[in-house]
Design a protein around this ligand. Structure first.
Ligand code: NAD
Length: 330
């Protein structure tokens, strides 16, 4: 007996993590019985080149559109079984300069999708969120029931969308699952976030900015590990549950900078010490025991190897990132 096709609508599938998810789903180790439609507005961060590997795949379709477009969303959702929702405005620094698009896309866009999901009684809605919704933690790690205390407008918009998403489960019984992951790194990452920003500048012989005293701590998660976790949640997670996804490598920004400098053959003379980001959270840390025990998730990418491969990818793919540098400037 053949397994019936599951039609998955992936929002934000032209971005960094969404495109990695789609390439994985339709790649040689993917489930095989999945049909994917990407819905993406192609903002500055959305890039059709990220989907070049699956363009022409018989089970892939791309729709350029906005998750806030209720008519388009209604039609697309009616034609799919599940939604994996990555689409968002994702850069904290941009949210500090202006929060409007963050509220419109991250909150109203999510609610538009949820309304359509409810109307068509979609079988599963995986909402991709972030560890930033909790605010900062000095020691220890948050469990999934920790209170939300977001500090940046980006984090507040994601926390709001998480609450709306979970409310559709609690109120309407919609099958909503939420993932909250730590900082991702890997290829195809838009060169505004710290890892690709530093790599591209260093490869170009330029200088890199280190915020404040560099003591802020982040947990680093390879995008391969993240998309494996999302797939576990889509296929085996439970409705109404939140799952943390960690990478297992905690570093201060200073330590990260040292590793990036070394990987790019540069030294500290290339670093500018700049004023700290406003409201900069000191440390994020998620406890990912739940997804490990329930779904068997473990990060598999060793950070040194993952970082070396990421640097090698940027060195070999200048034609991917050089046209993006103008768009990355704030
Ligand atoms: P990204 O900025 O690379 O990609 C976002 C994608 O969403 C882009 O392709 C963009 O065109 C699309 N998009 C934006 N607004 C849209 C709209 N209104 N309608 C349709 N499409 C729209 O982001 P990313 O780093 O891939 O992050 C994906 C998700 O993961 C986001 O929800 C983000 O909050 C979350 N997340 C990311 C990280 C990280 O380290 N990158 C960490 C935790 C959580």
């Amino acid at each position: 007996m053949t397994t019936p096709l599951t039609r998955v609508l992936v929002t934000g599938g032209a971005g960094f993590i969404g495109s990695h998810y789609v390439r994985t789903l339709l790649g040689p180790s993917g489930p095989g019985h999945v049909e994917v439609t990407v819905l993406d507005r192609l903002t500055y961060a959305g890039n059709p080149a990220n989907l070049a590997a699956v363009r022409g795949h018989p089970r892939f379709a791309f729709v350029r559109g906005d998750i806030r477009d209720a008519d388009l969303v209604d039609k697309l959702v009616s034609e799919h079984d599940q939604i994996v929702h990555f689409a968002a405005e994702s850069h904290v620094d941009r949210s500090i300069l202006g929060a409007v698009e963050f509220v419109r896309t991250n909150v109203l866009g999510t609610q538009t999708l949820l309304d359509a999901a409810l109307r068509h009684r979609i079988a599963g809605f995986v909402h991709i969120s972030t560890d930033e919704v909790y605010g900062s933690i000095d020691a220890g790690s948050w469990t999934e029931d920790a209170p939300l205390r977001p500090n940046s407008p980006y984090a507040a918009s994601k926390a709001s969308s998480d609450l709306i998403a979970l409310s559709y489960h609690r109120t309407h019984g919609l099958d909503v699952r939420v993932t909250r992951c730590s900082n991702n790194y890997g290829p195809h990452h838009f060169p505004e976030k710290v890892v690709p920003l530093f790599i591209t500048r260093l490869l170009d012989g330029g200088r890199v900015p280190l915020y404040g005293d560099g003591s802020h701590v982040r947990d680093w998660l390879h995008v391969d590990d993240h998309v494996r976790a999302v797939e576990l949640v889509r296929t085996r997670g439970r409705a109404g549950e939140i799952y943390h996804v960690g990478g297992g490598t905690e570093l201060t920004n200073r330590e990260l900078t040292s590793l990036l400098l070394r990987a790019c053959g540069a030294d500290w003379s290339r670093v500018d010490h700049v004023a700290d980001r406003k409201g900069h959270d000191r440390r994020y840390s998620v406890d990912w025991t739940k997804i490990r025990d329930e779904l068997g998730y473990r990060p598999a990418t060793d950070f040194a190897t993952g970082l070396a491969e990421t640097v090698a990818w940027y060195a070999a793919n200048r034609s991917w990132w050089q046209p993006l540098l103008a768009k990355a400037a704030l």
